[in-house]
Design a protein around this ligand. Structure first.
Ligand code: NAP
Length: 259
């Protein structure tokens, strides 16, 4: 199955990387139309996808993914040639802030559409992808969209107005976790761990803690209590974090993204 992409910037290439890494979509079956600054051309050398010139070449695709800046989405779908729109190839936009209603105004209410907010871990098939579908979407078109995006991680159907907060928590979240990784590793280095080892320990710890939370389905407070021996070191650390407003800082970070 061929997948057409508009844009191979940060998100487009993360998704392309994940699709190729899944082993289900050969690199040459990913057809990419790039923008003005030749970003896609540069990524093509590294990822091996097929760069296209003519939009008509997208008629070979079974799915179209629009991964450009929000302002570019409607102009792109307005420019789709009849050869593509007549085939009603399902189209997924991953742009924040352009909703299905706006895309439907351009393509018509019977065009199969979805609005998806992924995050960068899609590149290693561990993404979170919030998704909303157009009302008229057939089961067959939904299957094509779902089968492809599920290769990239956890696909979660959600009401479209909530995609904004999914974008903040899951889309911006990796940057927050990266800050945490860096800070915790700095603390490890402060107490004598070498830098590389400190990153390795912290990254594996976060992966393990997330996996434990996912698999055990326990409340995070219960998991925290399981680590915190009465009068022990962990609870002293937790109290110090609370004193410095750790949880409030995280919530304010998300509020900052929603402004
Ligand atoms: N980054 C994230 O973590 C994230 C998370 C969720 C959703 N998103 C959404 O993903 C979209 C892309 O974000 P990004 O971070 O990947 O931005 P980006 O790195 O700037 O990539 C956007 C790419 O779109 C290309 N482009 C622009 N106009 C085009 C056109 N008419 N036809 C084909 N390609 C075109 C650009 O190509 P040139 O550089 O060659 O001009 C650029 O490489 C945004 O709408 C954003 O809301 C991003």
């Amino acid at each position: 199955m061929k997948i057409g992409f508009f844009g191979a910037g940060h998100m487009g290439s993360a998704m392309i990387q994940g699709l190729i890494a899944s082993g289900k979509i050969p690199a040459q079956d990913i057809l990419v139309k790039g923008g003005r600054s030749q970003t896609a051309k540069k990524r093509q050398k590294e990822l091996g996808f097929t760069l296209i010139d003519q939009l008509e070449e997208l008629t070979e695709a079974s799915l179209l993914i629009v991964a450009v800046n929000p302002a570019g989405v409607l102009p792109i779908i307005q420019s789709l040639p009849a050869a593509v729109t007549d085939k009603k190839i399902p189209l997924v936009s991953v742009a924040a802030g352009v909703d299905i209603a706006e895309m439907t105004e351009v393509l018509g209410s019977d065009y199969p559409l979805a609005h998806c907010i992924p995050n960068t871990p899609v590149s290693v098939n561990e993404g979170v992808l919030g998704i909303s579908y157009s009302e008229q979407l057939s089961a067959a078109d939904k299957e094509i969209i779902d089968q492809s995006l599920q290769l990239l991680g956890s696909l979660i159907e959600i009401d479209e107005p909530l995609l904004g907060i999914v974008g903040s928590v899951a889309g911006c979240g990796p940057a927050f976790v990266d800050l945490f990784i860096e800070a915790l590793s700095d603390a490890g280095v402060f107490y004598g761990l070498n830098r590389e080892l400190s990153y390795q320990i912290v990254e594996q710890m976060i992966k393990g803690a997330a996996e434990l939370a996912l698999q055990s389905k326990k409340h995070p407070g219960e998991l925290k209590d399981g680590v915190a021996t009465p009068g022990g070191t962990t609870i002293k650390g937790v109290v110090a974090l609370e004193k410095h407003g750790f949880r409030n800082a995280v919530i304010e970070g998300v509020k900052g993204t929603m402004e």
